[in-house]
Design a protein around this ligand. Sequence first.
Ligand SMILES: NC(=O)c1ccc[n+]([C@@H]2O[C@H](COP(=O)([O-])OP(=O)(O)OC[C@H]3O[C@@H](n4cnc5c(N)ncnc54)[C@H](O)[C@@H]3O)[C@@H](O)[C@H]2O)c1
Length: 347
Amino acid sequence: MAQPVRIAVVGAGLIGRAHIKRVLEEPEASLAAIVDPAQAARDHAARIGVPWFPGLEAMLREARPDGVVLATPNRLHVSGALATIGKGLPTLLEKPVAETVDDAMKIVAAAEQARVPVLIGHHHRSSLIMRRAKEIIASGALGRVTVANALCWYLKPADYFDVAWRREKGGGVVLINLVHVIDDLRILCGDIAGVQAIESNAARGFPVEDTAAILLRFESGALGTLSVSDSAAAPWSWELTSGENKAYPQTDQSCYLIAGTEGSLAVPRLDLWRYGDAKSWWAPIDCERRVVPEQDPLAAQMRHFCEVVRGTVGPVLGVREGTRTLATTLAVKEAAATGAMVRVAAI
Ligand SMILES: NC(=O)c1ccc[n+]([C@@H]2O[C@H](COP(=O)([O-])OP(=O)(O)OC[C@H]3O[C@@H](n4cnc5c(N)ncnc54)[C@H](O)[C@@H]3O)[C@@H](O)[C@H]2O)c1
């Protein structure tokens, strides 16, 4: 086997520590350094015996990694990515790409000009469930996709909102959580051309939305509905149904329903509903469950990133495509603010 690729992790908070764990567990990778000014991160680096740096520039000079994971707060994504791209280093950049599409396009331009691969951390792109669902739809088993319904309903505990930014503009469910669902729907049904949306803060009364309902028009002509609420005591969300993140107790439900002219699919259960010879609502419709092995998508993403760093494959979600997901999510915010149908700009 070739030498493990040396990966540095920048930002050792909630998701950064999850990446550090995957680097340490991945035989193709070794942990080159941790970058994070917080004392807790310094202590963590000392505990696991890894070089620690308070800032990115010093790490890039001294630790000389082969690839870098950027798991810093959103406002630091542009400066961090421009620095790693400037050094020609393949980068795993956490989602969302940036806070605005204009900022994200600065990363797109730099990465494409320097030909440096940037993988965006929408780790459902590495999920076996999502990949299988995409294959089923692409195989034509549903016929022409006509309609999709996605639910992202869960109950965040009250103390989640003790952190001030989660109660303020930018901290609501649309920008924090819905961005994943939008990327999932793009995986399953393709690009979204336009959105309409309404938001509410009636359940929690914070300045930021706790609930949103969205209408989607896909470029294929299919239509969709999507709703999200952090104030819904319900089992229907990717978190509670997929079983991919063991921190959440799993339910046996599905959260995405996709239907076409020949059949329909419930995800993540992968229940495929199809008619026999008689195709009509008068005839019985059969259900067949497809099964995929259990897998940790963050570990699969890290394995994939190692291949990206080695240059054997391109990123499963590059920065231009990741920016399209960001643009679609921001279009939801604009649609909710204006009441208009907002077209998603071409990226
Ligand atoms: N893919 C996912 O499922 C997922 C989940 C959670 C968060 N995220 C994304 O990951 C990013 C981080 O989120 P989080 O929840 O881990 O946040 P967090 O607040 O838990 O962690 C951020 C860390 O960055 C550190 N930091 C701050 N300034 C820094 C700097 N200049 N250099 C290096 N480190 C610095 C902080 O000290 C902190 O430890 C965000 O972009 C978020 O959207 C993605």
